[in-house]
Design a protein around this ligand. Structure first.
Ligand SMILES: *Cc1c(COP(=O)(O)O)cnc(C)c1O
Length: 505
């Protein structure tokens, strides 16, 4: 029994807050069990998450900022980097170095920073990164933050594949980094790493080639030879000598809790170019290999323990389960009249569009289908169509398949079939009624995108808040219908206002 009266009060209030938290959490979609086919990566292995929680508890309180004070920081980072090097780099390669980051976005951003530094360029001087338009938005964010231009290379609208020639044609004297995905998140397609690498051989060595394997880094190397599409035959990782860096998330197919990813770089120079160091202030000498200053060791410790617990054999088995589930789902979904499985490569992602070869009355709009699946307890992600000069990438629905999905394949296919029956033949979803005036004014030219971009934030807030409170549950299909009709800069402003309004409550 503590004598400190404050401790007693804190304990009481803490218990109440915990109860409240538990109520709040009970209204979230389930993070385990496989019914949410994006955002979460459930191994389905009993006890694995508990190991991660125990690891976090053991690491609790450590400041990952300073491995010279907390020796466990360097040891755990070293363990994770060694393991990822063994998976993604040639054997016994001692020229590959790594940083453990907080997630894929940070790994990608640091790869871009290092590329800018290695090219001896500075923010706003016109330096650029060249990537297919299907690359993860993290690279557009990195470009925005780092003062780099993002040069998006259009893809074949039918296959969403980029050609290496188009990528190479976009490279010029301003290019500091070329990026390929393995695979791309929206499409599941693996970009032509070997061909892009070959084309870069004759160009300046200081131009980097980054492979974004945030999603595939721990799935593709273990993807089984059968069934269906696998295995991955063309090399796409640091085994390709011209590849200079690669990102891979442990909090995806490493089955670790959120907050851990790795950036591997070839050579000390590129590795350290992403670090920030200064002695130019009156405080302690600062050396930050990643963006954060003070940072938690908990996610890193959890990822390390999960990694050690799974080992190569465990990882291989989980990826095999994922592959079986993916191929069974792909086969079943391909049978649904009105939907079309989009072109893909071996890997755990599926994208579905409307089957344009069917008469309109038989087509299934992927967003209406996704919303219908969601109402039946299977959460599928909506992806907007993407405008390109050479033809648009169609609207689609996205599924991220995880090991636990294997137990649910029949249930998911049943829901998917019923959802398609429910919405087959329905016209494309309309934007929320609250946006109708704005969209019409944009279409008629009464309002220009610049007019909307010039609106004060409070006016944008009012407009978007009206949509939130107006329609009963707008549904993703409705919101994406608005996004698809808006210029991307206007769309970005409105979705920012939308999320802000959600957060402000
Ligand atoms: C998830 C993902 C990212 C970004 O990672 P976060 O961990 O969400 O920051 C980048 N690239 C790809 C291909 C991804 O799947």
């Amino acid at each position: 029994m503590t004598r400190d009266p404050l401790a007693r009060i804190v304990a009481e209030r803490g218990e109440r807050a915990l109860e409240e938290l538990s109520v709040l959490r009970s209204s979230d979609p389930p993070t385990t069990g496989g019914r949410v086919l994006s955002y979460v990566y459930d191994s389905g292995v009993e006890g694995l998450d508990e190991l991660a929680v125990r690891a976090s508890a053991l690491a609790y309180g450590v400041n990952g900022l300073d491995p010279t004070v907390f020796g466990s920081v360097a040891a755990l980072h070293g363990g994770i980097v060694r393991r990822m090097r063994a998976v993604l780099a040639p054997p016994d390669d001692d020229e590959v170095f790594g940083s453990v980051t907080s997630g894929g976005t940070e790994s990608c951003l640091l790869a871009c920073l290092a590329a800018r530094e290695v090219r001896a360029r500075t923010a706003g001087d016109g330096c650029s990164i060249v990537a297919p338009v299907t690359v993860h938005a993290a690279f557009r964010k990195a470009a925005h933050v780092l003062g780099i231009r993002f040069v998006g290379v259009e893809v074949d609208p039918a296959t969403a594949r980029v050609s290496a020639d188009d990528m190479l044609a976009a490279v010029d004297s301003d290019t500091c980094l070329v990026v390929c995905s393995a695979p791309s998140y929206p499409t599941g397609v693996i970009d032509p790493v070997v061909d892009v690498a070959a084309g870069l051989e004759s160009l300046d060595r200081s131009i980097g080639l980054h492979v974004d394997a945030c999603l595939g880094g721990l799935a593709l190397p273990f993807w089984p030879a059968s069934p269906g599409a696998g295995p991955v035959t063309n090399p796409w990782d640091l085994r390709v000598p011209r590849v200079t860096s690669i990102s891979a998330d442990l909090h995806k197919y490493g089955f670790a809790p959120k907050g851990t990813s790795v950036l591997l770089s070839r050579g000390r120079q590129r590795h350290r170019a992403a670090w920030f160091a200064t002695t130019d202030w009156p405080g302690y000498p600062v050396v930050n290999p990643t963006l954060a200053g003070s940072k938690p060791l908990e996610p890193v410790a959890a990822a390390w323990v999960v990694m050690e617990a799974l080992g190569d054999d465990g990882q291989r088995e989980l990826v095999a389960r994922t592959a079986r589930a993916t191929e069974r789902l792909a086969a079943g979904l391909a049978e649904i009249d009105g939907l079309r499985l989009l072109d893909r490569d071996p890997g755990p992602l599926l994208a579905l569009g409307s089957d344009a070869s069917r008469p309109e009355g038989r087509r299934v709009h992927p967003h209406l289908w996704a919303d219908a699946c969601g109402r039946a307890g299977i959460a599928v992600q909506c992806q907007p169509g993407y405008r390109q000069t050479r033809g648009d990438i169609a609207s689609s629905a996205h599924l991220t398949v995880t090991p636990v999905t294997e137990e649910l394949v029949e249930e998911i296919l049943a829901v998917a079939g019923a959802a398609a029956d429910e919405v087959r033949g329905q016209p494309a979803p309309a934007p929320p009624a609250g946006f109708a005036d704005v969209l019409d004014a944009l279409d008629s030219g009464a309002l220009s995108p610049a007019d909307i971009l010039a609106l004060p934030e409070d006016d944008v807030h009012t407009m978007v808040a009206a949509v939130l409170t107006g329609d009963a549950e707008p549904g993703m299909a409705t919101l994406l219908a608005a996004i698809e009709r808006l210029p991307t800069d206007v769309g970005a402003r409105l979705v920012r206002a939308y999320l802000a309004a959600v957060m402000e409550g």
